[in-house]
Design a protein around this ligand. Structure first.
Ligand SMILES: Nc1ncnc2c1ncn2[C@@H]1O[C@H](COP(=O)(O)OP(=O)(O)OP(=O)(O)O)[C@@H](O)[C@H]1O
Ligand SMILES: [Mg+2]
Length: 334
């Protein structure tokens, strides 16, 4: 098992390797990075104080809830109970979310918050930076991983929360895990209708299924009704048009998509074509080289893949589990 020094050395080596512009295939370089990664220490921590929720945003006027069928929300230890979304508005229980170990706006400074600052900066640069750093469709970001449970939803949610604390940025968080819709469950947001319904029923318009929240800069698009053809729906022309429309309709928003795992579903491969950036979550000490290479091959349609090494022991020496120790990015690898 690697100790803290080994991990620091690993980060240093990888940074040097990146600086030398290693021209081997992306999958090989990424797999190299993970070779020394250690498994997580066992105890998660959620030590933040509880803070009052942010001021609720004004409710929008559209009420479309009765137009759609409903789907059941699965139980999860991380999950909140979903209440009703009235007028496409939902009050997220921020103290509960914070106690579960997530970043929330206005909470006191945490290590996790600091780590997500590091993670979001390069993404935001590619989305909204100066012309030379911006990339096409850079404001549309897919979060995925090779296998289940590596931390996609944890990452998507924390990233969204971190960006929502930026005063002048708005986040649209899309639950594209149409099997589990765990993002909605974790936020407590009802999953009565959403992305799948949009794709099935052409009479539904995007704002009809968006849910505004008590975080003024955060809107959620739930996964929606379960449908046996969800993979085909996500691969459809309508989905491609929807994503294009989103990017154009909300150019000032960062759109974060929580996806299922690459090796368990076809959706990430399809969605990779439609987004500007991907965050590939890699669970420390768990994802092996072959698994990673296979996964990267399936999302290689997206030229901007960023890696988050999750659940590693932290670099600050406290030995606590829950930190991200490493973040890197690869560009234009094709
Ligand atoms: N860095 C972390 N620190 C503490 N807990 C974490 C961390 N990352 C993930 N977890 C926890 O690990 C579990 C799995 O995480 P998560 O649900 O985000 O994975 P996932 O990749 O979205 O899973 P799935 O493939 O089932 O959608 C959750 O209970 C989550 O709270
Ligand atoms: Mg998930």
């Amino acid at each position: 098992m690697a100790n803290d020094d080994d991990r620091l050395n690993l980060v240093q080596r990888l940074a040097e390797k990146q600086a030398r512009k290693d021209d081997r295939p992306l999958s090989e370089r990424a797999a190299d990075k993970l070779a020394d990664a250690s498994p997580p220490a066992p105890t998660p921590s959620a030590q933040n104080a509880v803070v009052p929720p942010a001021t609720p945003a004004a409710s929008p006027s559209v009420d479309t809830a009765s137009k759609y069928s409903s789907a059941k929300t699965p139980k999860s230890t991380d999950s909140a109970k979903g209440g009703a979304a009235k007028n496409n508005y939902f009050d997220i229980d921020l103290p509960r979310l914070q106690l579960a170990g997530y970043i929330t706006p206005n909470a006191q400074e945490t290590r996790l918050g600091e780590e997500y600052r590091t993670i979001k900066r390069p993404l935001l640069l590619k989305a909204f930076g100066a012309e030379k750093s911006r990339i096409p469709n850079g404001n549309v970001v897919l979060v995925t991983s090779a296998r289940p449970g590596e931390g996609k939803t944890f990452t998507a949610l924390n990233l969204a929360m971190s960006i929502a604390t930026e005063r002048d940025l708005h986040v649209l968080l899309i639950d594209a895990d149409v099997y589990k819709h765990e993002l909605c469950s974790r936020l407590g947001v009802p999953n009565d209708h959403g992305l799948v319904d949009l794709l099935i029923d052409e009479s539904i318009d995007v704002p009809d299924v968006m849910i505004r929240t008590n975080i003024a800069n955060l809107t959620v698009l739930p996964a929606g009704t379960r449908h046996p053809s969800s993979p085909e729906l996500l691969a459809s022309q309508r989905m491609a048009a929807f994503m294009q429309d989103l990017g154009a309709r909300y150019p000032d928003r960062i759109i974060i998509i929580d996806a299922p795992p690459i090796l368990a579903s076809s959706e990430p491969g399809v969605l990779a074509l439609l987004v500007g950036q991907i965050i590939m979550v890699v669970e420390s000490g768990k994802t092996d080289r072959n698994t990673l290479e296979q996964s990267l091959a399936l999302i290689s349609n997206c030229p901007n893949i960023n890696f988050v090494l999750n659940k590693s022991a932290n670099t600050f020496g406290s030995g606590q589990y829950s930190a991200y120790t490493y973040y890197d990015e690869y560009r234009n690898f094709s």
